[in-house]
Ligand binder design. Structure first.
Ligand code: ADP
Ligand code: MG
Length: 208
């Protein structure tokens, strides 16, 4: 079962990953954006980590709602409201149960991803974070590792696409040949999730 501490550790791991990869995310946002994606997410996830250090929400839903609120209020770019909505809607779908199983989390995450699509008006194939989020949420029904792999594959598959949403869409054909920064950061979030789940297994089996 996944408790509030699991979700807290996931977002802490995500904050570490974003911090480590911020330069690369900004580099990806240079040719097809405005070179701020790494900085945007670092600001957001630093705020998330700081808040989760101070406060200890009691349920998975409350952890995600709090983190989503931080992202919305601290990230200036398009990705802030989108990721904020992802976490908030996923958290809302989890309700106030103290522990959730992986299947329930997968279902809630699909609700969150649908909310991102509704907010941004994008669909898979538009060269956005949804190209990683949609297959990852689908694969989470199988395992955390499958979700991580699906997100990475989805992010890599954005390279040949022409952007139809967001800043990159202004470039038209010239957006082809570049990996989408938002899909790349989504892959990082699922990598952090899989790592968190592996750490939990080790704890449970006493090999940690
Ligand atoms: P901004 O584009 O405002 O500078 P960021 O650089 O932080 O914001 O984030 C850019 C990323 O946001 C893109 O790579 C893309 O994945 C994602 N994105 C932008 N617009 C949309 C949208 N309408 N729907 C889904 N994702 C989007
Ligand atoms: Mg940008």
């Amino acid at each position: 079962m996944l408790d509030a501490d699991f979700f807290r550790r996931w977002l802490m791991n995500a904050a570490d990953a974003v911090d480590r990869e911020a330069a690369r995310l900004t580099e990806l946002d240079s040719p097809i954006g405005d070179a701020d994606h790494g900085g945007n997410l670092r600001r957001g996830f630093t705020a998330v980590a700081a808040t989760l250090e101070k406060e200890a929400p009691a349920t998975p839903g409350a952890v995600l709602l709090l983190a989503g609120r931080q992202l919305i209020s601290t990230v200036g770019g398009a990705s802030g409201p989108l990721y904020g909505t992802l976490l908030r809607r996923t958290g809302k779908a989890l309700g106030d149960t103290p522990e959730v199983d992986a299947a329930r989390f997968a279902e809630a995450l699909r609700t969150g991803v649908e909310a991102v699509a509704a907010l941004g008006g994008a669909a898979p194939g538009d060269k956005t974070m949804l190209d990683a989020l949609v297959p990852a949420a689908e694969a989470l029904g199988t395992s955390f590792a499958a979700a991580r792999d699906a997100a990475l594959e989805g992010a890599l598959a954005t390279t040949p696409l022409r952007a139809r949403k967001g800043r990159a869409s202004y470039l038209g054909e010239r957006s082809v040949g570049h990996q989408d920064p938002g899909a790349t950061s989504s892959a990082l979030l699922f990598e952090a999730l899989a790592r968190t789940a592996e750490g939990t297994e080790r704890r449970e089996t006493g090999h940690g």
